[in-house]
Design a protein around this ligand. Structure first.
Ligand code: SF4
Length: 347
């Protein structure tokens, strides 16, 4: 990597600080806890006790393992969790999701301590659009005077370069509100961007990124599961490819999946998104049947990053207050502007 690339990365990518900025001290009981054999129930008790001691809130994405969803204060999609992060009065936010989600919480809460269970929990979609690459692209195409719309699944550096952020739940509404006289560049998910164009008719230039989990669903794998359950309603996430979206009865965000399945007269649904969503649906809609959409090589789809988080790591991050998310102010401030614009437009 050249020194200019290094400088650029330093400017745009968030960094984590291990311990020296800690306003709060590690909880001394942790060493004692670690000597004890633990069950999930014990761990959940420890987590609840630590949460109280820390005045912490636990936010968990719909794709987290069931045990983390059970112990969380709020479980939701990126939009719902961003709203919770913006409104919380807690001193500490433990964000159980992936790295860019912890960053979003920190962008909105610069004075709070934001921890994540595993620093390595990244995102293939976010990685497909590094901030220095986007910055170079915008420079190269400055004549297009792009209005940059960034899906929330991106780094703080990309959020800082964007005019507004969207989630899958509000993307169509925010794209419709974009200035009519500007060219739009939509980053980083080409499938979500194409779906939004189908919804709105607004032409956009699409960054060629994708989520490695959602592109694993194929026309053939969904045909096969539909053939085995002809009565089931198919609900797919817009990060899926067009070939899969065309087979779905409904394409929507994970949050909308909950209301859609609740209100629909059908009893059985095939859910074409990350497998963690099944737990949320089964918990909130008992009595209905949810079948995970299969890929060509497995019965359901797990995000390897989302599944890096465990109860043990959640307990440890609350006790140690690390790994912690920190973002340089010259990145955080412009990123906050684009995230808050999204919150205003989707209020
Ligand atoms: S499911 Fe896809 S978009 Fe979501 S965190 Fe995993 S890799 Fe990223």
């Amino acid at each position: 990597m050249s020194s200019s690339e290094e400088n650029s990365r330093t400017k745009h990518e968030s960094v984590t600080t291990p311990h020296w900025k800690a306003p709060l001290e590690p909880v001394p009981l942790l060493a004692h806890y670690r000597r004890m054999p633990t069950t999930s129930t014990d761990l959940m008790e420890e987590i609840r006790a630590l949460k109280k001691a820390r005045n912490a809130v636990i936010l968990a994405h719909n794709y987290q393992i069931a045990a983390i969803q059970e112990v969380a204060d709020f479980v939701g999609d990126s939009l719902g969790l961003s709203r919770q992060a913006a409104a919380t009065g807690a001193d500490v936010i433990a964000f159980c999701g992936v790295h860019f989600m912890g960053e979003t919480a920190k962008i909105l809460n610069p004075l709070k301590t934001v921890v994540i269970p595993d620093l390595e929990a990244g995102c293939s979609l976010s990685d497909s659009c590094p901030a220095p690459k986007l910055e170079a692209f915008l420079h190269e195409h400055h004549g297009k005077n792009y209005y940059v719309i960034a899906y929330i699944n991106c780094s703080a550096g990309v959020k800082a370069l964007a005019d507004v952020i969207v989630t899958s739940g509000n993307a169509a509404r925010i794209v419709e509100a974009a200035p009519a006289d500007r060219n739009i560049l939509f980053v980083p998910d080409q499938n979500l961007g194409a779906w939004v164009t189908e919804q709105t008719g607004r032409k956009m230039d699409l960054w060629q990124g994708h989520c490695y989990v959602h592109v694993e669903f194929t026309r053939e794998s969904i045909h096969r599961i539909k053939a085995g359950h002809p009565e089931a309603v198919v609900v797919a996430h817009p990060e899926c490819t067009l070939a899969v979206r065309l087979l779905a009865d409904e394409v929507c965000s994970t949050e909308k999946m909950v209301t859609f399945c609740k209100d629909h007269a059908a009893q059985t649904f095939i859910i074409v998104t990350e497998s963690g969503m099944l737990h949320r649906l089964e918990r909130e809609i008992p009595g209905k049947t949810f079948i995970p959409g299969p890929t060509d090589h497995c019965a359901c789809a797990d995000c390897r990053y989302m599944k890096m988080n465990t109860l043990e790591k959640l307990r440890d991050c609350l006790a140690n207050l690390e790994p912690r998310i920190e973002i340089p102010e010259d990145v955080r401030r412009p990123a906050e502007r684009s995230v808050r614009r999204m919150l205003e437009l989707s209020a």
